[in-house]
Design a protein around this ligand. Structure first.
Ligand code: BDR
Ligand code: CA
Length: 311
């Protein structure tokens, strides 16, 4: 590891793959996880907050968990229980975590950004972007405090929520649009990238052999409980959100390109679609980093090594 630990606020909606992302962040010395903010997404806000607190609690880390928005800026909440189950963790029960902070995520993000030097904070969003957008739409000058925004969301091909759109982008397109317009360096990990992080039974079995800590065991139980993705031919399921953390701690596992991205905020069948210009056809400035390829074996090796460090 070179240089200081990177201050990070992680906004999430646990969510099976969110739980894995949280543990990977908590296990990684490159990341100084200052706050976990929570949004309604895969399941309702009450459940995502409880799950986030449980995940943090099991790691014995002392990191504030702050509840945020329970619905998108416009439109209605829609969960993804088909993938994550009614409880968001596919039936894997964790002990209750510490009580969440009595605050509102967007306000807590703004307050923390005020304490930071210019370009001091990295925001990672692995759920609908509502909390992050609310924070930055209220005080756009706080964008100067950001080093980078890293988002799991969008797709340049087929969606996984509608034919056109990926779940996080489709859940709150207006919020994603606000983040894309900030002018802050932004990395977007789309479905095409995260589909390369395919959880398969033999990968989980190898990980189980690395230790017997409660977090590693729970992470493996969760990965085993998620059903294989029909979209990916039933070969496994993608560990979307953990890719965003891997990007921060091991960028050498990725090949990237610069692209321009627009999100469809209309109300037709393309709502939430991310138009990703991978070949510079639109003439728009290519300012978004798009990780294109992942070294899958190295990713799972890293994940296992890191989770084995946790209690
Ligand atoms: C994204 O949607 C959620 O279901 C996952 O947690 C991930 O953040 C993938 O489309
Ligand atoms: Ca998520």
């Amino acid at each position: 590891m070179s240089g200081a630990r990177r201050p990070v606020i992680l906004d999430c909606d646990p969510g099976t793959d969110d739980a894995l992302a949280l543990w990977l962040a908590l296990a990684s010395p490159e990341i100084d996880l200052r706050m976990v903010t929570v949004v309604g997404g895969n399941v309702g806000l009450e459940r995502t907050v409880a799950n986030a607190a449980s995940v943090v609690g099991l790691s014995r880390a002392v990191v504030p968990v702050v509840p945020g928005a329970g619905r998108p800026l416009r439109g209605h909440f829609a969960g993804e229980v088909r993938v994550h189950g009614d409880d968001g963790l596919r039936g894997v029960t964790l002990p209750p975590g510490p009580p969440p902070v009595a605050a509102v995520a967007a306000d807590a993000i703004r307050a923390m950004l005020h304490t930071m030097p210019p370009a001091g904070m990295t925001l990672v969003g692995i759920g609908p972007a509502t909390n992050l957008a609310l924070a930055l739409a209220t005080e756009p000058e706080l964008a100067g405090k950001l080093r980078e925004i890293v988002l799991m969301g969008g797709a340049w091909g087929e969606g996984n929520w509608t034919p056109a759109a990926e779940f996080n982008a489709a859940s709150d397109p207006e919020a994603l649009d606000i983040l894309l317009a900030l002018g802050v360096p932004l990395t977007l990990l789309t479905l095409e990238l995260t589909s390369q992080a395919l959880v398969r039974p033999e990968r989980v079995a190898a990980m189980r052999g690395l230790g017997d800590g409660a977090c590693l065991r729970a992470a493996c139980d969760i990965m085993d409980a998620v059903l294989p993705s029909r979209r990916l031919g039933g070969k496994g399921h993608p560990l979307h959100d953990a890719c965003a953390i891997a990007w921060l701690i091991a960028p050498e596992l990725f090949e990237t390109r610069l692209v321009s991205v627009q999100v469809d905020c209309g109300h037709g069948p393309a709502r939430g679609r991310t138009h990703v210009d991978r070949w510079g056809r639109s003439g728009a400035a290519a300012t978004v980093t798009l990780p294109d390829t992942l070294d899958t074996e190295a990713f799972f090796a890293l994940l296992g090594r890191r989770l084995a460090r946790l209690p």
